[in-house]
Design a protein around this ligand. Structure first.
Ligand code: ADP
Ligand code: TRP
Length: 322
């Protein structure tokens, strides 16, 4: 039997190169090797989005993005998290075996708390729901960016605790985090993130590519001054889309001195050819929203089968199936 892969992305805005190289590309690259559940984490998005129209639009957009990026719905169960409400039941059960101090250690909670005193319970409970997403379908692997590593560790701890209390029930999942793309930098050099306004959209138009690349932060080195490519944000983004040979050539250019203007022009040219085919593929799905919705329904039906079976086992173990 093939191993199980589970991962999701929140529908909270435009997907960017960080999401693609940190997560989405792995989903596509691994879809032939693993039995995969890939979903739109709409329950998770509720911690920040509370407008019906915005959420609806984001959900359909991200479904379209998944398909345009190359997820094959014949190979992958592609669905919307909220179509499997069993995960919220499991989250409640996990709530009751998890202590407050344990969850208080989560970086995501600490960061949110530092920014906003009126933080909702959903933000605090976020890792528990994520554990339910991962454990119910018995995931072996969870491909994510580095910022999600701790959430997978929390998931493993919850699985171990449940197994200790109620007997062997859940598999312990492993994260898949690729070193080269674990944290893609944004145009300001911080982690590329929807919430920092420093993104290059994955489906950017030519104009958006030009605008974003032209705003990439640089230092004041003169054009002909030799540069260490690994310290230049333009290169750090460029290398994501270069093959080995191209990479060697570009590194050479930096080392012997390339002006930032020219480096940006080269990046713009390569990004345009990288993004164009995906954007064209996306057009097809944008024009066929009914097909997209059907794919999500079908994916949910398949995922629900295995998940409700596991949920039944859980209810039995905790003493609710009389
Ligand atoms: P954002 O930080 O933009 O809100 P999400 O939290 O929705 O992104 O992340 C979805 C997936 O993309 C996760 O697996 C996350 O680890 C990955 N990811 C997000 N930003 C980056 C980045 N800059 N580099 C690598 N992976 C990332
Ligand atoms: N928490 C993830 C993020 O912020 C999204 C997510 C929700 C997820 N449930 C998941 C990722 C289960 C992997 C597995 O990006």
């Amino acid at each position: 039997m093939r191993k199980k892969l589970v991962s999701g992305i929140k529908p909270t805005g435009t997907l960017h190169l960080g999401n693609y190289f940190g997560a989405l590309k792995q989903f596509v690259d691994l879809q032939n090797e693993y039995d995969s559940n890939i979903f739109i984490a709409d329950f998770h998005a509720l911690t920040t989005i509370q407008e019906k129209e915005v959420l609806e639009k984001n959900i359909i957009n991200i479904a379209t993005d998944y398909l345009a990026a190359g997820i094959d719905p014949n190979k992958v169960n592609l669905f919307k998290q909220s179509d499997i409400p069993e995960v919220t039941q499991a989250a409640w059960i996990f709530n009751c075996i998890t202590t407050m101090p344990f969850l208080m250690r989560a970086h995501s909670f600490k960061d949110a708390e530092a920014k906003d005193k009126e933080i909702n319970v959903g933000v605090f409970d976020y890792p528990i729901l994520m554990a339910a997403d991962i454990l119910l379908p018995s995931a072996d692997v969870v491909p994510v960016g580095k910022d999600q590593k701790q959430h997978v560790e929390i998931t493993r701890d919850i699985a171990e605790k449940f197994n200790r209390i109620y007997g062997e029930t859940f598999k312990l999942p492993k994260p898949i985090i690729l070193e080269e793309t674990e944290t893609v930098p944004g145009i300001d050099g911080r982690k590329m993130s929807k919430s920092y306004g420093n993104i290059i959209p994955l489906f950017a138009t030519d104009e958006e590519i030009e605008k974003a690349v032209m705003s990439i932060r640089t230092d004041s080195k003169a054009p002909d001054e030799p540069k260490n490519p690994d310290e230049v944000i333009i290169y750090q983004i460029h290398k994501l889309i270069l093959n080995e040979e191209e990479d060697k050539k570009i590194r050479g250019r930096y080392e012997s001195g390339i002006g930032y203007k020219e480096a940006k022009d080269l990046l713009i040219k390569d990004l345009k050819s990288f993004i164009k085919p995906m954007r064209e593929k996306r057009e097809y799905w944008v024009n066929n929203p009914q097909k997209v919705k059907r794919i999500l329904k079908k994916g949910a039906k398949k995922a629900k089968k295995e998940i409700s079976k596991k949920m039944d086992e859980v209810r039995n173990k905790i003493g609710m199936n009389l």
